[in-house]
Write a protein that binds this ligand. Structure first.
Ligand code: PEP
Ligand code: CO
Length: 452
């Protein structure tokens, strides 16, 4: 890796001079240009002041004052853009954050992998079944999942359908929140079906009751309702993979004198597109959003230091999040050196643990899964290593759903490989179901409570 990359004039299309990994081959490039042009004239999905507010929250998370909970599907699908699904995702994020707030005694900032998480990197450009080879499925923003030649051709119109669904999703989330859905006085709104019969129901209800009591007490003392200040916000995040899509909604705001990607609050760079001389790093360095980079076992000291230099040259707090995903077996070996390398730069970063992507495995039947114990063990190690090195783990990044799927094994119900066939819905990576996600939240909460 070269240490310094000379970079001068950035503009939203400057990435086009570099190699862009993981981009689809559109057979009709004029049709793609027309779709991108239409997209660039549509209004933004988020606003710059929301983006700036999240940067400020990220800066607080770097200092350990708040904790970031980032979660959602590996890949959202157009078909699952339904009221039930959005509500279930919102509920699980709210419930988890409530439990974590209680245990960690600090505010929890919720960031959904939602409202735009429609493009996926793939390990191979093509897929072969029974002797037939077709382009890989790259997410609903690009092509369609069924294994037919027609479905797998990248379709430029899908970027418009994806933009629309992202906007519909965020619009519904905002309406729910404005209507009081996320008010801490009414956590009973967030009950999912599991609460009645789950092994964790008792613990969850005890936490809810305790928080309601505390709020009542505070309001009595303060002689005014506190609920306005206790309303939860939700931010949107997705992997900024499809650069024509991201570029189309990148706007210069005169008042702020900066460019913003207004498709989402928090775009991140995936592990397969973080090459220093690649197009993704070039695009991301010029936008004012808080940005994330996924960090795996191939990351080196020099590479991470150069990433910081290029992506956050002015050492702005809240600007850069490093999302590490090594796997339970590799984290202790890789994380300490990288923490040292980062601290040598003196630049502030937010460390977030993604305990999912380093722990993917394939069962004897060829099904992609993750073992709950490996996820927990990577998370435990992340807290332990950061604490021992004097750095701060400021958040977690999870693939989860509010539904009762069977995609990851283990957890309180002891799901095994033979349960996977029952309710495996993800088109890409296996997600925690609502119970497993709550168990993670209770674990994080419990771990912190024992410290006091
Ligand atoms: C993902 O977050 O779904 C993903 C592909 O992760 P990574 O880039 O860390 O492999
Ligand atoms: Co994934």
């Amino acid at each position: 890796m070269t240490k310094t990359v000379a970079r001068t004039d950035w503009h939203p299309a400057s990435w086009q001079a570099l190699t862009a990994a993981q981009q689809a081959n559109y057979p009709d490039s004029a049709a793609l240009d027309r779709a991108v042009d239409e997209l660039s004239r549509l209004p933004p999905i988020v606003t710059s002041w929301e983006v700036d507010r999240l940067s400020a929250e990220m800066a607080r998370a770097q200092r350990g004052e708040v904790f970031i909970l980032q979660g959602g599907d590996c890949a959202e699908t157009f078909a699952e853009c339904t009221s039930e699904n959005i509500v279930a995702k919102l509920k699980i994020l709210l419930q988890m954050s409530l439990v974590m707030l209680y245990g960690m005694k600090k505010p929890v900032v919720r960031v959904g992998r939602m409202a735009g998480q429609y493009a996926k990197p793939r390990s191979a450009d093509t897929e072969t079944r029974d002797g037939e080879t077709l382009p890989s499925f790259r997410g609903d923003l690009i092509n369609r999942n069924p294994f037919t030649a027609d479905d797998r051709v990248p379709d430029p119109q899908l970027i418009l359908r994806g933009y629309e669904r992202a906007a519909l999703t965020l619009n519904f989330v905002r309406s729910l929140i404005d209507g009081g859905f996320a008010d801490l006085h009414h956590p009973e709104y967030w009950d999912l079906n599991w609460v009645g019969h789950s092994p964790m129901a008792k613990e969850f209800h005890a936490i809810v009751a305790s928080i309601s009591d505390s709020l009542d007490f505070l309001e009595t003392v303060a002689e005014r309702p506190l609920h306005k200040t206790h309303r939860a916000d939700i931010y949107a995040a997705h992997e900024g993979l499809h650069l024509r899509y991201e570029q189309a909604q990148t706007r210069y705001l005169d008042r702020r004198e900066r460019w913003y990607n207004l498709t989402t609050h928090f775009p991140w760079i995936g592990m397969r597109t973080s090459s220093l001389d690649g197009a993704h790093i070039e695009y991301f360095r010029g936008i004012a959003n808080p940005i994330g980079v996924k960090i795996g076992t191939s990351m080196t000291r020099e590479w991470i230091q150069s990433l910081i230099e290029v992506l956050n040259p002015n050492n702005e707090p809240g600007r850069l999040t490093l999302i590490h995903r090594f796997g339970a077996k590799a984290i202790e070996e890789h994380l300490p050196d990288l923490i040292t390398a980062v601290s040598e730069t003196g630049s502030p970063v937010l460390w977030v643990c993604d305990p999912m992507h380093g722990n993917t495995e394939t069962t004897a039947d060829g099904i992609k899964t993750r073992r709950f114990n490996n996820i927990l063990s990577e998370l435990d190690a992340a807290f332990r290593v950061h604490e021992s090195m004097g750095s701060i783990l400021g958040g977690v990044h999870l693939e989860l759903t509010g539904e009762d799927v069977t995609e990851c094994t283990g957890g309180a119900r002891g799901l095994t490989d033979s349960d996977l066939a029952r309710a495996y819905k993800s088109t890409v990576d296996p997600r925690l179901n609502y119970e497993q996600a709550m168990e993670i939240a209770l674990r994080i909460a419990g771990k912190h409570q024992h410290r006091f």
